[in-house]
Design a protein around this ligand. Structure first.
Ligand SMILES: [Zn+2]
Length: 116
């Protein structure tokens, strides 16, 4: 039996799965004990997190906290680059395809293009 992705089950459990995908997941979950237990676990986790969130202090600046977390992730990624550089896909090939597609649709002279 092929099971849905856990990410789809999590989205289904929270009601965030797109409407057109819900019936397929609902049908599968109704007949699969394993996936049904995942959906129930995701639902229980969500309720648990709601309880924890309610205990958070109201004066927390969530925007600042989110910015700090993003900055920490960026610092961590940069630190990781110092240890072992990530393998990067060559972007030149895709860049040329985009440039070629753009060039074929936009035939204005380069002088008329303005960069902001
Ligand atoms: Zn299943």
């Amino acid at each position: 039996m092929t099971h849905p992705l856990q990410s789809d089950l999590a989205l289904y459990a929270t009601g965030d799965l797109p409407l057109w995908r819900r019936p397929v997941i609902r049908l599968h979950v109704s007949g699969c004990d394993s996936c049904r237990s995942w959906v129930e676990a995701f639902g229980a986790d969500r309720e648990s997190l709601r309880g924890l969130a309610a205990e958070m202090p109201a004066e927390v600046n969530w925007d600042r906290l989110a910015a700090e977390m993003s900055a920490n992730v960026r610092v961590g990624l940069e630190a990781g680059e110092c240890v072992a550089p990530r393998v990067r896909r060559p972007v030149l090939a895709a860049g040329w395809r985009v440039a070629a597609a753009f060039g074929s649709q936009n035939r204005r002279p380069l002088e008329s293009l303005r960069l902001i």
